[in-house]
Every structure is written in C-alpha cells, then in structure tokens.
Design a protein around this ligand. Sequence first.
Ligand SMILES: Cc1cc2nc3c(=O)[nH]c(=O)nc-3n(C[C@H](O)[C@H](O)[C@H](O)COP(=O)(O)OP(=O)(O)OC[C@H]3O[C@@H](n4cnc5c(N)ncnc54)[C@H](O)[C@@H]3O)c2cc1C
Length: 447
Amino acid sequence: MSAAGPDLDFLVLGAGMAGMSAAARAAQAGARVAVVERAPEPGGSAVFAEFIWTAPSVTVMREVNPEGDPALARAAVEGFAPAIDWVRSLGVTVGEPVELLGYGVGHQTDMAALFRAYRAAVEGAGGVILTEAEPLRLLVEDGAVRGAEVRLAGGEARELRAPATLLATGGYAGDRELRARHIHPNAADLPLRANRYSAGAGLRLGEEAGAAFGLEDACFYGHLMARGLAMPDGSEIAVNTFFHSEHGVLVNLEGERFHDETVGDQLNAIALVEQPEARALLITDRRVHDEWMLRPYVKGLEPVDKFQLAYRRGARCATAADLDEFEALPPEWGYPGAKVREALVEFNRRCEAGDPLPTRVRDAQPLVDPPYYVVEVTTGITFTMGGVRTDADARALDAAGAPIPGLLAAGADAGGLYKRAYAGGLAPALVFGMRAAETAVAANGGG
Ligand SMILES: Cc1cc2nc3c(=O)[nH]c(=O)nc-3n(C[C@H](O)[C@H](O)[C@H](O)COP(=O)(O)OP(=O)(O)OC[C@H]3O[C@@H](n4cnc5c(N)ncnc54)[C@H](O)[C@@H]3O)c2cc1C
C-alpha cells in the first residue's frame, strides 16, 4: 500500500488510545490503514495512563452519569469486557480487576506494550503511521467525507483518500479559545494535565464537515492540582493530583465553601472552574492527611505525600496549629483570613450537628485533628467531554442526528457519552475506537 495512494480503506487522524485501537482493529480485519499523528510518537495521553476501567454495569453508569447519552453509555459498558479480551489477545499484560473512584472497575494495563502491539498490528498488515503530520482539511464530496489533505513531516501537503475517516485527535484541552467557549471563560487559563498536542483539530474538522457539537456543558475530566506548579513531564501529572480533596474542605477567594467536596476530586475540579479566578484553598487536617492523602488512590500503588511534594516545589502551602492561625494567611495569597477561619468553624459546627452546608454526601466529619494542611489549588484539565456528536457505531452526526457519510469520531473527539461525569477515558476510547474500525470495515464490504 502507498500512504499517498487512493487505495486506503481507513484514514485515522490521531494515534492515541482511540486512533490506534481503531487502526489496529481494522488492520487485523484486512483493511488498508493510514494513521496521521501530530506528535513524534503515537500514544497521546494514553501512555501516561494506567487503568482501563469503567462502570461495572449500565445501571451504575447511569447513576454516576445521568445526563449522558443512554445509548452511548450502554455501548461503552457492554463493549468493555470484549475490548479487554481483545487487548489480552494482543499479548498485552492486563491486571486483575481493581476498584476505581469508589464506583468503577478496571485493569491496570501495560500501556507501552499495548502501543507496541498496536503498531505491530498496523504495520504488520502493511499500514502506515505518519508521525509529525497533521490534517489540514477533510475532503468532502457530495456531502460525504473521502479522506483528508494532510501536511506530512517534511511540510509537503498530500491528499489521503479513504471511504472512512476517523477523528481521534484527543479533544480540545490544549486550546484556550475552545476551552473558554465550551467550558467557561476561566477555563482559558487553566493548566493542562495531558498530552500537549490535542488542541481541537478533530472538532474543527468535524464541524467544518457539518458535524454537531454536544453535549452542551459536558465540561471535562480533570483534577485539582497545586496552583502555579509547572509540570516537568507527563509522568509527573498523576503524582500532582489531589484525589483526597473529597475528604477536605475547599474555600474560595471570598472565604466561602462553594460545593460538596465529597462527590469526587474530578467533580471538584469542574466546580472550581466556575469560582473566582478558578482557585481555592484545599484544607485538610491530620486525619485526612494520614488516612486519605497518604492512601494510594488504587490499591497496590505507592502512596505519595503530595502536600510535601507541592511544598518542596514552591506551591502555596502552609500548616496551621489551630483554626485561629487562618487569620494570618499570607496577604499576598489574596484570601480573607478571618472569613476562611469563620468558614472552617462553621463547617465544623454544622458537621457536629449533622448538617453541613453545602451538604456532604460522604465524609461529613469535622476537621478537628490539627495540624491543618493548606494548599492553594486550581483545576488541571485532562480531556474535554463535549465533542463531535456520535452514535454507538462511532458515526459522526449532523445537527439533525443523521450520520455524515464517511466520518467517524472516537475518544475525546467524540461527544455525548459523558456530561459533567466520568467513568474512565481509556475504556470508551478503546470501545468506540474498535466500533469505528468495525463500522469502517463493514461499510467497505468487510475489508
Ligand atoms: C496523567 C494521565 C493519567 C490518566 N490516567 C487514566 C487512567 O488511569 N484511566 C483512564 O481511563 N484514563 C486515564 N487518562 C485519560 C486517558 O489517557 C484518555 O481518556 C485517553 O487517552 C483518550 O484517548 P484519545 O485517543 O481520545 O486521546 P489520546 O490518547 O490523547 O490521543 C490523541 C492523539 O491525537 C494526536 N493529535 C492531536 N492533535 C492532532 C492533529 N492535529 N493531527 C494528528 N494527531 C493529533 C495526539 O498527539 C495524540 O497522540 C489519563 C490521562 C492522563 C493525562
């Protein structure tokens, strides 16, 4: 096969979890595949990740993600076990089931090995992976997508024609303007906790071809992290993630709690974007520090003292021997110390009365075990959830809900599965990447 020839069956834009799952699956079915990847290597954010997981049943998925598209939710959950079997069939080590985030189940997976297996499947079948290349525009003929014009590594532009094209560029977390438009004006300036290449190419190309955006206000998956810390490289991202915020108290620049912190750090991250300057103090006491921060977020992982780490790296951190010390918060931080102290006293008083406000659905214990640990946090965005609307076969849909011939989307480029909720990123990218391959192969007469 020639990458430049008109004889591709499947063109995949983006070589991360969704794109490489799709490319490998289609190549196994005999399709002639080309993958276009902007970075020097395939892998995207997926190579920083570890656990392929999702909700264990459709019921749980609907409980944690009630506003997501029910058909996509069902397809994601039902496709999970066969997808894991397929990953195992590629010779990749997949761990025993473990619990994640208190409601999910998944498997620690050797992601580097998975991407080696994907590459072998694609290239072994004669497919090509074009790195340091990117799509310039989709080729649209009579309303159908017929491939893309691509800028290759050397700068040359080339048309890659194919009856099916998959958008799998990983969403728009890396684009300030799209974040401000689709998430919140504060989101423009938030740090990224993901690969730096995913900047909305798939969404822009899809919309130019007539695809609809959705779900509105779907937001993103992210976590709280120490504000102002540079992320030296991707592998550090998970270490600088405050999963334990769901047992602490968040106080905004006005010195007020604003949200039920116990719903989960990933939802605290969304709530914080809407607060003044998207920053807050995360306050814990010794109990939360010892029982939750020092506990690995998945059984078996090494615990890390994230407070110490943030402190050593120069983030805004402090300890306090009692609540009165909050009156002396450094003025340059910009928080009204007396009001912060009052908010904590009130929180403790209401917890003791069994009536915290905002409410606490889980850990409603007061913070009464000094010292207190204070770190200023902001939201780090991992991947965006709104995207090109798709159906359960990964077909891109127009505003009327009709499939756009020849256009597919999967992973974070696809919207609809989640709205302000999260039950895994790798699993839907894998499941709908496989679906996209199957749709492309079927449309092509079986590959
Ligand atoms: C630190 C970290 C830890 C994580 N841990 C987990 C976890 O344990 N479990 C889990 O389920 N999820 C986890 N995730 C999320 C998970 O990595 C993503 O949900 C998943 O990778 C999404 O797949 P994707 O294919 O949409 O995007 P990606 O895997 O990011 O792939 C997108 C690809 O598209 C490429 N690209 C971007 N723009 C272009 C362009 N214009 N042209 C060509 N190529 C382009 C990118 O370079 C990238 O290779 C984690 C993410 C991070 C950052």
